[in-house]
Design a protein around this ligand. Sequence first.
Ligand SMILES: [Zn+2]
Length: 89
Amino acid sequence: MSEKKVPERRCIGCMQSKPKKELLRIVADEDGLHIDKSGKMPGRGAYLCRNGECAQLAVKKNAFGRNLKVEVTRQQAESLAEQIAQLCR
Ligand SMILES: [Zn+2]
């Protein structure tokens, strides 16, 4: 293994591990779910591939609440998936 190790995270949609910088970081606070574009928002983060499909998968599996250890409503999850779909179009 001569390659330099890059930090990897697992997408909560497709469950594949990818380099952290290829993924979107999602954080939750009392207002709901947010895309952490800076990568510096406080709190527990979940990671998603940069495509709407993985976001939809995560909504279907209720993966946001499970991974972020917070209550996430279906509406909050779907609104986030919509934002990601627009971002990655
Ligand atoms: Zn994915």
